[in-house]
Ligand binder design. Sequence first.
Ligand SMILES: Cc1cc2nc3c(=O)[nH]c(=O)nc-3n(C[C@H](O)[C@H](O)[C@H](O)COP(=O)(O)OP(=O)(O)OC[C@H]3O[C@@H](n4cnc5c(N)ncnc54)[C@H](O)[C@@H]3O)c2cc1C
Length: 497
Amino acid sequence: MTTNRRALLGAGLCMTAAFASRAGLGAMPAQTPVQVQGCEWPAASGELRQYACDWLPVAGALGDDGDDRAAASRDFGNIVQRPPRAVVKPASATDISSALRAAGRSGQKVAARGQGHSTYGRAMAEGGVVIDMSGLNAIHRIGADHIVVDAGATWERVLEATLAHGLTPPVLTNYLGLSVGGTIAVGGIGGSTSRHGMQTDHVLELDIVTGSGEPLTCSRGSNADLFDAARAGLAQCGLITRATLKLVRAPERVRRYQLFYQDLASLAVDQRRALQADRFDQLQGAILPDGKSGWRYQLEGALFYGKASPPDDNTVFASLSGNRETAVVTDLTYHDDALAFAKLEALLRSKGHWSNPHPWLFTFLPNVNAEQLADEILGRLSGEDIGQLGRVTFYPLRTRASGTPLVRWPEGGVAFCCNIVHMPASADPAQVDRLLANNRLIYDRVVDAGGVLYPVSALPMTPQDWEHHFGPAWPKLRQARRRYDPLGLLTPGYNLF
Ligand SMILES: Cc1cc2nc3c(=O)[nH]c(=O)nc-3n(C[C@H](O)[C@H](O)[C@H](O)COP(=O)(O)OP(=O)(O)OC[C@H]3O[C@@H](n4cnc5c(N)ncnc54)[C@H](O)[C@@H]3O)c2cc1C
């Protein structure tokens, strides 16, 4: 942001503050729309017209040009489009605080945007303000067991910085192009979750600007209610500006095993066996489209090792029933393994599939009926729906490793991840509508059977759905929302309240 823009922001905010305290305004009442300096405002009285003029220097100063607004009105899902009135590009937490206070005075909805990899408008604020966090990405400090980083940094940036010290976050997402704030808002699951929980379990401290614009630091020991509401709380109480994250020693190398199975039942038997025996450092798996109507079943396990000799493949294969002849073993540095998704990203981009709609649905299935539910889900899908490069991830994990209050799990200590990763070859709107309707049917069936949503999914949710989703954790989240975002400005895209 230029100095002029910054000065204009300051001036704009001061004017807005002065006017708002004079007028004692909260949300603007809905009246006849009025055009002010090219923007349409939903009110026509002289007082409100003045109010709109007071706000405009802020919005106009902060990157509300067409490109910024167009980018903020879309996301990776490419299903919904909700243009904001303005995009704010903060250079500090103070900018965010000022923007939230100004938004509060005009009753404008606000959403943070990390890297925009949501799939259903969760980082959008239609007619409101999007705060683009991507510029707030500094690494502040790396200690022997922690890193202090701005929330707009990607996990790739975090990993590059920590590996230089031989350290890593205990849990990395499969894709590292996501922002720290964006995954803390939802949970952050990865191959190591079974051992180490979610990324939210390794947050030591957060700097947050609440919905009221108040900057607060929180941790388990200080402002704990805000700390608990911010981790996996879908950004309903505040925007994360800085995070202190736990680090552990990074392994040097990763030996990865892919084994293939004839059917889902055999895959699940081996996955459970591997989980019970703690066979792998990372255990995942997937169901892949195979021709028009068939599926292939794949177990993926990874073992970490250091300077000592690599793990013995025979020992690994002896403990599993998957087809050894077709098994694939790869051996990479920890860094290259963590960044492996980037190759798929490049391929998807080169084929144009990265920008097609992605009606993904991620649920956690109960261990007791995981295969039955997965079978039913597959019965509702074709290989064409998933796409040649798509998959349904399917693997068990231990839920007790995670203690984040707002991360929801099925009962029983073990759950199966089931993520329908649609990578369609076309952008056909009729197909998207059908798959969204399908998502709802699948979601209802999974919830009825004791499963839960991982809230990175593409489906419309009502406040009642969310209340059911959060279950016993709902009253605390609602209380925190009332306390920290009393005007209800933040993150309308989830439709929680
Ligand atoms: C290719 C791909 C791979 C993925 N892999 C994984 C995976 O392995 N594991 C996993 O858990 N998830 C995965 N996801 C889902 C992903 O974690 C979520 O969609 C995540 O929210 C996206 O992060 P982002 O930075 O792009 O956030 P955005 O889409 O920009 O925002 C997501 C949500 O977080 C909020 N938010 C963003 N920044 C902040 C902030 N600083 N403070 C408060 N709220 C904020 C936004 O308002 C929005 O509600 C994947 C998604 C994609 C597209």
